[in-house]
Design a protein around this ligand. Structure first.
Ligand SMILES: *Cc1c(COP(=O)(O)O)cnc(C)c1O
Length: 463
């Protein structure tokens, strides 16, 4: 006996029409995305009210659901995959990874335990080994595959909190922080907001920190860093979210090692510089840290949501992420949930593995170098067009200003409305700036040219 809803779903699987329809829509999107305005048009956004329907009382047709998603949803997407999107630090998934994700969507694996999915456990293990090698980290480093750097940073700091307190005989995982010996947190005033969020979640406090001033590029000023000790978590940054600047890891990590402090590096998009021979000088010394967080979905160009926490002391990470239950069946293999806060989750390691495999060591370096040369080209051309470039373009980030703060704000609005490209704004040393992040494998010199023209047109409109 099958119920009508069951029968309907069996039929959908057997007939495959839904899947063919999804494939056709996906190809349609891929074929047209480069011609679309980079940001959705106002009329496309207005149509989103169509989704404000009540919960359907009856089962709806799958075909109709997909049609709605493509006809109304696709035009309201941001054309991030076309090479002229420079907002935030948003990547663009490499094709092999997207295709691998399609396949594994059909697998619908739970990546929590080896017994739930031996293939995903295997791929997580391979990703761990590959990442350590590509990033030049100690080979014993453990990797937990998580949804983003926000979570990865929280995991790295949790491991550090545990390790520092264990040394003085306090089990923070068992006994919590109330009554625990105090630990210090030292970080720069340019740390990413998600670092402060992680500190808040971990009971370490957003405000209970020792803030170190940063230099004009946004690097931690080591000369102004307080004396470190063995109760200190020091948080460094590989890739300032505005300027792309890298802290001096060699010097800061050496000081931390001498003091017995724990170093965590937030390398959301910058850590991958270590994978390019031409960019590796930026990350010199990172291997001396204790934990690292990095995204797949930024400069590495995996699909969303994909990131890694890396931790030299595997036992500190595992101790901080442990969960027990009579029904949990740990194996002699890798059990992924021992390394992350979540339990059930999708097989995001597949895309990480597919991305790294599709690019290879050489391709990865070539892709990263390409992002950096496009960023330098932007800086050159915009400077020639009379804009100010406010940062040393060492990686993929460029900060631009026009002749006055008001003009900068007006140019940003003009560029965003142009549909030609999309950049975000930020503040730098108290003034508004336009922030260009080249973070897509697809960006070409022509894309840079066309975008620079949009900047010039927007500036001409203001005068
Ligand atoms: C993007 C970013 C984060 C947060 O990463 P998510 O993947 O969005 O959670 C943290 N730090 C830096 C430097 C970033 O660029």
């Amino acid at each position: 006996m099958t119920s009508p809803i069951q029968q309907n779903m069996f039929d959908q699987l057997a007939e495959r029409a839904l899947f063919e329809q999804a494939k056709t829509y996906a190809y349609d999107y891929m074929d047209t995305v480069a011609e679309r305005p980079v940001y959705p048009l106002p009329e496309s956004l207005e149509k989103l009210t169509i989704f404000d329907e009540p919960v359907p009382a009856k089962a709806q047709s799958g075909e109709e659901t997909l049609r709605l998603l493509h006809e109304i949803g696709s035009p309201a997407t941001v054309a991030q995959t076309a090479g002229r999107y420079f907002g935030f630090v948003n990547g663009n998934a490499v094709p092999t990874a997207v295709a691998a994700r399609w396949l594994t969507d059909v697998w619908d694996q739970n990546a929590a335990l080896h017994v739930m999915s031996p293939i995903v456990a295997k791929l997580e293990q391979v990703c761990e080994r590959w990442a350590n090698q590509l990033l030049g980290l100690p080979s014993e480093t453990a990797a937990g595959i998580v949804s983003g750097t926000s979570i990865a940073t929280m995991c790295g700091l949790a491991a550090g909190r545990y390790a520092l307190l264990s040394k003085v005989g306090w089990d923070v995982n068992g006994d919590g922080l109330f009554g625990a010996p105090p630990i210090r947190v030292v970080l720069s005033d340019q740390s990413h907001s998600t670092v402060f969020k992680a500190l808040a979640l971990l009971g370490l406090g957003r405000n209970r920190v020792e803030l170190v001033p940063s230099d004009e590029q946004g690097r931690i000023d080591i000369d102004q860093m307080p004396e470190l000790d063995s109760n200190t978590l020091l948080i460094l940054q590989a890739g300032n979210v505005n300027s792309g600047a890298f802290d001096d890891f060699e010097r800061a990590c050496t000081l931390a090692q001498e003091a017995g402090a724990w170093v965590h590096i937030d390398g959301a998009f910058g850590l991958w510089a270590a994978a390019s021979p031409d960019l590796r000088h930026l990350t010199q010394g990172i291997e001396k840290a204790d934990s690292w967080s990095t995204d797949g979905h930024k400069t590495l160009n995996t699909p969303y949501d994909c990131a890694m926490v890396l931790c030299k002391d595997r036992s500190a990470l595992v101790a901080s992420m442990q969960a027990t239950g009579a029904y949990i069946q740990y194996s002699d293999h890798r059990d992924n949930m021992l390394l992350t806060p979540d339990m059930s989750r999708r097989a995001r390691a597949v895309e990480l593995w597919a991305t790294l495999r599709a690019l290879g060591e050489d391709g990865l370096a070539e892709m990263l170098d390409g992002m950096c040369s496009a960023a330098r080209l932007f800086a050159e051309k915009l400077s020639a067009a009379g804009f100010q470039v406010l940062n040393d373009v060492v990686f993929n980030q460029v900060m631009i200003a026009a002749d006055s703060p008001e003009q900068t704000t007006a140019v940003l609005a003009g560029v965003q409305q142009s549909g030609e490209c999309w950049c975000g704004g930020s503040q730098w040393h108290g003034e508004p700036v336009i922030r260009i992040s080249v973070c897509s494998w697809a960006t070409t010199a022509e894309d840079v040219d066309r975008s620079v023209q949009a900047f010039i047109a927007a500036k001409n409109k203001t005068s």
